[in-house]
Design a protein around this ligand. Structure first.
Ligand code: ZN
Ligand code: ZN
Length: 326
């Protein structure tokens, strides 16, 4: 499925099988989960995609070929491909262990073709081995929804009372990880979305309610997964002194102005950008121990536009996953 220009639907096209370059593997795609970032690319809110482009960056597939100096995976081996496609390993951020901020980072399904396709190529150094206990369909959402959510949770430090704003693909995974780590989970959904609130409680949230209502007690951290800037002051209001708001999305509507009182008492606001390979390795080790159960809504590859539209309108629970070759 190919994006020709922003704001246009993806088009089903016959594309040649790509040739793996140096350090790249050729992957026959089995499934690819759908991310809110994909929506932001299609709608033009992320302004620098390669065009035409195959989007998709939660790819599970099997290695079918290898380029020069690519020896990490054998033929037929299952791999996962995340958003971080490659880095330069030399810039000031890479040298400090912050490869997620690399000035020359290339992202899967944005700068390079991704997984809404039968085949893709990926730099083997950025691919993950996946826990065997997960079928392809259920492993895919771990690769961005899970990873970014995990990084957001990690940046919340030792927060005990964690609020999750927007109970979609990321939050439904991270609620389970947070509970496993002994934290308390409070889930916030769009006002009146009692079905998602019930879903959150079934995954260990001790309270679930509307994003407009206060939690029953102050929070130590609020992780915002919905792309709604108005949630930032709302989440700040829910924080105990010293608490932190972590914005996990790549794009958000403008944040309305708010009184300094909300930030006072050492409350913090920060964002989470991309992922490091360490985040991925950590989450993929923890997930089978929890064990994280991913709820998926499968769609055939050709129905990618429907999947994106359903995501935009919150029409399913958990994560949408495109089935390609499985
Ligand atoms: Zn993503
Ligand atoms: Zn770098």
């Amino acid at each position: 499925m190919q994006l020709r220009a922003a704001k246009e639907p993806l088009r089903l096209e016959d594309l040649p099988i790509p040739t793996p370059g140096e350090r790249q593997v050729l992957i026959r795609v089995s499934v690819c989960a759908v991310c809110r970032t994909d929506l932001h690319i299609v709608s033009g809110e992320l302004s620098e995609p390669k065009l035409p482009l195959v989007i998709g960056h939660m790819i599970v597939g099997r290695v079918e070929g290898a380029g020069d100096r690519a020896h990490r995976f054998g033929p037929g081996e299952r791999v996962g491909v995340p958003w971080l496609g490659s880095v330069d390993e030399t810039c000031r951020f890479c040298r400090r262990g912050l490869e997620n901020l690399c000035v020359n980072a290339r992202f899967t399904g944005y700068h390079v073709d991704g997984g809404y396709a039968e085949y893709c190529v990926a730099d083997e150094r950025f691919c993950f081995r996946l826990p065997e206990s997960y079928a392809d369909l259920h492993a895919a959402p771990l690769l961005c929804a899970g990873l970014i959510g995990y990084r957001a949770l990690r940046l919340a430090g030792d927060a005990q009372r964690v609020g999750l704003y927007g109970f979609g693909d990321s939050a439904h995974i991270i609620a389970q990880v947070a509970r496993y780590q002994g934290r308390r989970v409070f889930a916030f959904t769009s006002p009146g979305d009692t079905e998602k609130q019930e879903f959150a409680r079934s995954l260990g949230a001790e309270w679930a309610g509307d994003s407009t209502s206060p939690p029953p007690e102050p929070l130590d951290a609020a992780l915002i997964f919905a792309p709604v800037g108005a949630l930032v002051p709302a989440a700040l209001k829910a924080l105990d002194p010293g608490g932190i708001v972590v914005c996990a999305g790549i794009h958000m509507s403008d944040i309305p102005s708010f009184s300094y009182d909300l930030l006072w008492m050492e409350r913090q606001i920060r964002s989470v950008a991309n992922l490091t390979r360490r985040d991925g390795e950590e989450l993929l080790q923890i997930a089978p121990k929890v064990p994280v159960r991913t709820e998926v809504q499968p769609y055939p590859l050709a129905e990618a536009n429907t999947a994106l539209d359903d995501l935009a309108h919150g029409r399913f629970r958990g994560a949408a996953v495109l089935t390609v070759g499985s």
